[in-house]
Design a protein around this ligand. Structure first.
Ligand code: NAG
Ligand code: NAG
Length: 244
């Protein structure tokens, strides 16, 4: 007997799964195994996400809304000077006892980002810049854990778009900003900020130029791309002298 259904329609129908068919398929043992694998993979991704968000303050918890009533402030500085300061303070002459920077983090950065493989010196600012400017830096960040707070962007660290800060101070004008913050917080009669040596907080272009000397424009531009938000959000000038 000749079928009255057009062959293409028939083929189409046979590919359409019925609801019953789908359930039956789901329940067969072999497929169950695959579903579990898929489920396990989803949970793994979710878990990694949770680990990541523990370190990166993209979201924050404030269940009773009490954060609203607090006086909240943070102090920013020129993003590149901040990175130089973090590099010096953590890798060059760490004044605190934090051996993990030198013995775990620095070797991890060198292994992945050192350009000259025959160079055996300890971590150089160039290695650090290449790590920070890499769009895939998060893989190492996860290994480094909480220690990255010294060099993640202010946007990631302080969530300025989610939290309404009472004051955002600047390191460059700390002499004025520190007393102002204490006064605004209403604690200036209880504490005072230590005297700041003259000129120590001012932006030092010579220092910035010296640190970036010999680092490729490509690497500096990638670094700028990552920290551009911090430059723009807090009124810092784009360092054209390094980028062009
Ligand atoms: C790589 O490092 C070695 C050891 O410091 C040095 O002798 C060599 O000139 C460097 N090569 C380049 C291309 O910079
Ligand atoms: C700026 O940095 C350079 C190089 O590190 C240093 O020699 C100079 O004393 C610094 N200037 C000030 C005003 O601190």
């Amino acid at each position: 007997m000749v079928s009255t259904v057009h062959p293409r329609t028939q083929a189409f129908r046979s590919r359409l799964p019925s609801a019953d068919g789908r359930i039956a398929e789901w329940l067969t043992f072999d497929n169950m195994h695959h579903q579990w694998l898929l489920l396990a993979a989803c949970f793994w991704v979710l878990f990694m996400f949770m680990v990541a968000s523990k370190f990166i303050t993209l979201t924050f918890k404030d269940p009773d809304g009490s954060l609203k009533t607090y006086f909240k402030f943070f102090i920013v500085r020129d993003p590149f000077e901040r990175l130089i300061s973090a590099f010096k303070d953590k890798f060059v002459h760490n004044p605190r006892f934090e051996p993990w920077y030198k013995h775990e983090i620095a070797p991890g950065i060198i292994r992945k980002y050192r350009r000259n493989r025959t160079e055996t010196r300890g971590i150089q600012f160039e290695d650090f810049v290449r790590y920070l400017g890499d769009p895939n830096h998060r893989w190492l960040d996860l290994q480094f854990g909480d220690h990255i707070i010294h060099w993640v962007t202010y946007v990631e660290l302080c969530a300025p778009c989610e939290i309404t800060y009472s004051v955002v101070g600047h390191h460059e004008t700390l002499e004025d900003d520190a007393p102002y913050i204490l006064r605004e917080a209403g604690i200036d009669h209880l504490v005072s900020y230590p005297t700041i040596p003259l000129g120590i907080t001012a932006y030092n272009r010579t220092k910035v130029e010296r640190y970036f000397l010999g680092i490729s424009k490509r690497d500096i531009r990638r670094l700028y791309a990552r920290f551009e938000g911090d430059f723009k959000l807090f009124g810092y000038q784009k360092p054209e002298f390094l980028l062009n």
